[in-house]
Design a protein around this ligand. Sequence first.
Ligand code: NDP
Ligand code: GDR
Length: 357
Amino acid sequence: MKQTKVALLTGITGQDGSYLSEFLISQGYEVHGIIRRTSTFNTDRIDHIYVDPHDEDANLFLHYGDLTDGTTLRRILEEVKPVEIYNLGSQSHVRVSFDSPEYTVDSVGMGTLRLLEAIRDYQQRTGIEVRFYQAGSSEMFGKVQHVPQSETTPFYPRSPYACAKVYAHWQTINYRESYDLFACNGILFNHESPRRGETFVTRKITRAVARIVAQTQQKLYLGNLDSKRDWGYAKDYVRAMWLMLQQDRPDDYVVATGETHSIKDFLELAFNYVNLNWQDYVAFDERYLRPAEVDLLVGDPAKANNHLGWQPSIDFPGLVKLMIDADLSAIGLPTTDGIEPSEFKQDGDFRVMNRGL
Ligand code: NDP
Ligand code: GDR
């Protein structure tokens, strides 16, 4: 009889956690996720795949916990007995990390260490091999030293968030080398989707475009428009995470498209899709500037392409269009192709769209 693989995710309620859960379920996994207790529901992104745990076919289970709470992490590990762990949980907003550096470093840096320690003990005691994925970031490259950035480019982190991710990256390597743990670092460049948090720049723009078309918003306030990012589609990037854990040996991989675009390029495309000129709507607000900026990110995905057989499925204009269409449809407007919202693709991507509008 084929045994169901069990995966445990931190950050399951986030953008990537929701796509990865869908993907793992489609591969036959039983998925367990750690969620934080909040006073309002925070499971919008996974509600469409959640079934009552009493149901015989239930394949998604949620557990209360937090990366700042090591005891609970250990308890969940004992209960769930996963063979794969994906560490996606973090205070992931770079600008916010300057406002809350201690909490950011605790959840991102120490949180990863707590999880690694729990896995080390669990694996040594039970003899069960646990494969571990660490959600590293292109922010670790920070101040540009080399273009494009690859697995061998030195790090120069420029925010509390990025410093904590560098710490987590090296701890992951240390646990791999010291305790023979199957631990992989993904170094993922920016990846977006209709489920992207509303305060990251891409979603902030596409959501504003839809509201400007609906005449419920007049202006869009942004910070630095000159920085450049290598933007891909989140659904593609979670596949790369899984592929890393299916290899014969653990390693670290850059996941990127290899193309870079400025915030202005994104604005140009996004407003063009609805026949508007971004310069008529965008205004500057200095509170969106960061004390230190990361000016240029562009990744070299050759290793992921060659070793994992990974390729992105969507290009930059396609990504912007996907996000614009989802945000238009979410507020009852036809898409850029004139498709009425009711006829528009209704999968999990679009069910979450009304959140926060
Ligand atoms: P999101 O911000 O969408 O999701 C973050 C997740 O972490 C949420 O589920 C959040 O829970 C959870 N979380 C926050 N704080 C804690 C904590 N203290 N303990 C446990 N869980 C916590 O991020 P993404 O899905 O976009 O990113 C996933 C991971 O990948 C993150 O670690 C991020 O730093 C990293 N990353 C992201 C990239 C991107 O472009 N998206 C690129 C490279 C790396 P809640 O819903 O309750 O807030
Ligand atoms: P980033 O993403 O910092 O790259 O981190 P974000 O979308 O926040 O910023 C990208 C660039 O846009 C500029 N910008 C603004 N950003 C925001 N959020 N809001 C604004 O109003 C605004 N105006 C201009 C920023 O200065 C920046 O240059 C994301 C997160 O998902 C991290 O967790 C992840 O590790 C990295 O991507 C890779």
